[in-house]
Design a protein around this ligand. Structure first.
Ligand code: MG
Length: 396
């Protein structure tokens, strides 16, 4: 088997960089993208200028503001980031069909068979990096390596605007001095456990026998040793199916009022339904996530008769679950979320020779709503909740 050639591309501080691109006056400034600091929001992305103050993603926004009081706080504009992401993804697809996106700003490419057409993997990596810059005016960090683990590690080594090639020859030299936390899958807890046994670097990990390691981390020992030697045979998986699409809101103060909650829920259903349609997928199961003021969280699911991406049936199911929950417990909520899962391609399953006119009508209504929102923004078109939850939504 020929040595595989994997490229990992990771955009630098992606959301924050897109904001700086769209508003040049923000270039060189500390930009923090995320939720409202007054409303328990969290940081989605921070520009490198903000990172020097210790701000990082997933940190509570209130803490970020304390660390970096002069930072410019901006809301998340997912549609815009998705637009830029689309440009980057289509660039990848020029070089190989084997693209595995990990998120909007990160992907693996298997270019093993692309070399006949485009030259060595390193050259492909450099071209992609340059083309991203030319087409989006943003920087990416790129790693080229014989497997996914090393490629991801490589893209991270010289961030931002990095370009690192790891080969069979230099891999051990690069791996050995790194902390064990750099190994894919080793989180804070495992890192702490390993450190507790005197294993801080990858070299120290590699110095242990499998039996010794098993006493520390159990069944993960073999896999860890393989990774410590830079070995990883996981394939790049294109079209890796998304398991669910979701939308949730955390409230600034706990909310009990039914009309407010159903309004939020409808917004979430509309957003998820729109994303399903945009990705040409349908969902078979819906789930509500309800978190109380004391952080107790319950989820309630329902499976639909047939998979759909139409707003109305998704909303009816969501509203029905909401009403049932409310009838039983109610209570003030800190968070309300909606998720769609059991995803399948839009055209999978039964094709109807004679489409149901009611379904066709709903489909056209959704298309109109999607177009309005595309043109005028998310807030432009909303349906009413139509009174009691469970009642059909009033068409806008
Ligand atoms: Mg990134």
């Amino acid at each position: 088997m020929p040595v595989r050639q994997i490229i990992h591309v990771d955009m630098d501080a992606f959301y924050a960089s897109v904001e700086q691109l769209d508003r040049p006056e923000l270039q060189g400034k500390a930009v923090i993208v995320g939720g409202d600091p007054q409303a328990r929001g969290v940081v989605s992305a921070a520009s490198y200028e903000a990172r020097t103050f210790g701000v990082h993603s997933a940190m509570p926004m209130a803490q970020a503001v304390r660390l970096c009081p002069h930072g410019v706080i901006l809301p998340v504009r997912m549609d815009r980031y998705a637009e830029v992401s689309h440009v980057i993804q289509s660039l990848f697809e020029r070089y190989t069909p084997l693209v595995e996106p990990l998120s909007l700003d990160e992907a693996f490419l298997d270019v093993t068979d692309s070399r006949n057409l485009f030259g060595p993997a390193e050259q492909i990596g450099r071209r992609i990096k340059q083309q991203i810059r030319d087409q989006t005016h943003l920087t990416a960090s790129v790693g080229v390596a014989p497997n996914k683990f090393l490629a991801k590690l490589a893209s991270d080594l010289k961030k931002p605007d990095g370009f690192v090639v790891i080969t069979e020859q230099n891999r051990q030299e690069i791996l050995d001095p790194l902390p064990v936390g750099k190994i894919w899958g080793v989180g804070k807890v495992t890192e702490g456990t390993l450190q507790g046994h005197g294993i801080r670097t990858i070299a120290e990990l590699r110095g242990r026998t499998c039996a010794e390691l098993r006493a520390v981390v159990g069944n993960a020992a073999e896999e860890l040793l393989r990774l410590a030697c830079g070995e990883d045979d996981r394939p790049v998986e294109p079209d890796r199916e998304r398991k669910s699409l979701s939308s949730e809101q955390t409230f600034a103060t706990d909310v009990r009022e039914e009309s407010l909650l159903t309004g939020v829920l409808l917004e979430e259903v509309e957003e998820v339904a729109e994303r399903l349609r945009r990705h040409h997928i349908k969902a078979r199961t819906i789930t509500l996530k309800l978190r109380y003021g004391d952080f107790r969280t319950v989820t309630r699911s329902e499976t639909l008769h047939a998979a759909t991406n139409l707003t109305k049936p998704l909303w009816e199911a969501a509203a029905g679950v909401f009403r049932k929950w409310q009838g039983r417990s109610g209570g003030a909520l800190r968070l309300l979320g909606f998720a769609a899962s059991g995803l399948e391609p839009e055209h999978a399953g039964q094709q109807w020779l004679f489409p149901d006119p009611e379904q066709e009508k709903l489909k056209r209504l959704d298309e109109v709503m999607d177009r309005i929102r595309d043109r005028y923004g998310r807030r432009a078109a909303h349906r009413g909740t139509g009174g009691l939850p469970g009642d059909p939504p009033t068409p806008a």
